[in-house]
Design a protein around this ligand. Structure first.
Ligand code: CU
Length: 417
């Protein structure tokens, strides 16, 4: 919407922005229909003032009757620092166990169809534009863990679903050295938020990484990057992401809107039969059409001679709890993983109020481990610090979320050199 007016009556242009006068006047409290003065309307109705509003009579209505807009406009559009274009594809893809499954995911502008979706990478303080053209819509893109304003958060319940095209706009907050309360750098993911349980399982997600802003007090060595503004440096060449994903083939027979009309299609029963480790070294993601990016091996730097440690980003992209165990060649637990952040938040020492909250390793308490337990959608950033060259085994297990019984297991070798 460019004219800013509320009287155009163009019901397809999305929500209006209240003027400062309107928001500052303490009139009647808003009701579920929106303004307190307009009559209750049917979902999607235009109350006469060009403003779309919804009313949900049941849970099913709430889930199924999201506002679906063809071409919502990006409000307060700013020049982009970086921009990406995403389309949606549906396709049978072959996995590393030779099974083929129907997958839906995001493809790049030039037709790269890969699962998971393309890596989106931005730096703190940059304005990102992500233009989405779902074509098989409606779909959305939710930026999981970031907190854009509601229009750009990609949650249909608080904004709209997209039938045509929309450009999401957001700007990750910059970090400050020693400040535990700001900064965004870390590992995230994006996923569709339409019929979310199904669409995420179908493959509509991809990795999202926010890099820290450069700070003059924290220079960066050649070939390295910092994990967060005053965080440790890591080696760009071996940086990798590990994405445990499990798959229930029954779900992959369902349609776009399965379950949204109140019918029971069993989305409360996730019974995976396949267990996959997706991802790999970010610098070596295979290109080409229609393939699964599967993780078969990892490398880890032994520090020295100017080499920085390897950063392993971990993303649980399925509905079961995962457990990682790292062992050495004799099978003994190997505490070579240093946990430096979780869900895009750095671990800092906040024990003394009023003093800089340093990264915990710098404060003398590095969190070294051989095991990591993490649930759906959680992300952890691990620095791998093998003490000497050799081989390690990283085992991922999937656990039943009620009984805790291990239902799937995969392993990869970490070669330390
Ligand atoms: Cu979707």
């Amino acid at each position: 919407m460019t004219d800013g007016g509320g009287s155009s009556g163009a019901g397809d242009t999305g929500t209006e922005t209240a003027t400062p006068t309107e928001t500052a006047t303490p009139t009647e409290p808003a009701t579920e229909s929106g303004t307190g003065t307009a009559p209750a309307t049917e979902p999607g109705d235009d109350g006469g003032d060009g403003e779309l509003r919804h009313r949900f009579d049941s849970q099913v209505d709430f889930s199924s009757d999201q506002l679906d807009l063809e071409f919502p406009e990006t409000e307060f559009l700013q020049p982009a620092s970086t921009s990406v274009k995403l389309k949606v594809f549906g396709r049978d893809l072959r996995f590393d166990d030779r099974a083929e499954h129907e997958m839906w995911s995001f493809e790049t502008e030039n037709g790269e169809r890969s699962f998971p979706g393309p890596l989106i990478r931005a730096r703190e303080g940059q304005i990102l534009h992500a233009t989405v053209n779902p074509s098989m819509g409606p779909h959305t893109v939710h930026w999981h863990g970031l907190e854009p304003d509601p229009r750009n958060d990609g949650v249909g319940h608080t904004s709209f679903e997209i039938g045509g095209t929309y450009t999401y706009q957001w700007k990750p907050e910059q970090g400050e050295p020693g400040d535990a309360n700001c900064g965004t750098a870390g590992t995230y993911f994006y996923h569709c938020h339409v019929n979310t349980t199904l669409h995420a399982q179908m493959g509509m997600f991809g990795p999202l990484i926010i890099d820290p802003v450069a700070h003059p007090d924290y220079p960066v060595s050649p070939g390295a990057r910092r994990a967060f503004v005053d965080g440790p440096e890591y080696d760009i060449d071996t940086e990798a992401i590990l994405i445990p994903y499990s798959l229930d083939p029954r779900w992959h027979e369902l349609g776009h809107a399965a379950g949204l009309s109140g019918e029971d299609v069993g989305l409360n029963r996730f019974q995976p039969k396949h267990f996959y480790l997706l991802g790999g070294e970010l610098a070596r993601r295979p290109t080409g059409r229609e393939r699964v990016w599967g993780l078969s091996a990892l490398r880890a730097n032994v520090e020295g001679n100017g080499r920085k440690p390897t950063l392993l980003r971990v993303l649980n992209a399925n509905y079961l709890p995962n457990l990682i165990r790292i062992t050495d060649e004799s099978g003994a637990p190997a505490r070579i993983a240093e946990v430096i952040s979780h869900d895009g938040r750095a671990y800092r020492d906040t024990s003394v109020p009023g003093t800089p909250a340093r990264p915990i390793a710098e404060a003398g308490a590095p969190l070294m481990t051989s095991t990591l337990a993490f649930g759906a959608a959680e992300r952890y950033d691990l620095l791998l610090r093998p003490p000497a060259p050799g081989r390690y085994r990283l085992e991922v297990s999937w656990k039943d979320w009620i009984t805790g019984r291990v239902v799937g297991r995969r392993t990869v070798t970490i070669t330390a050199s």
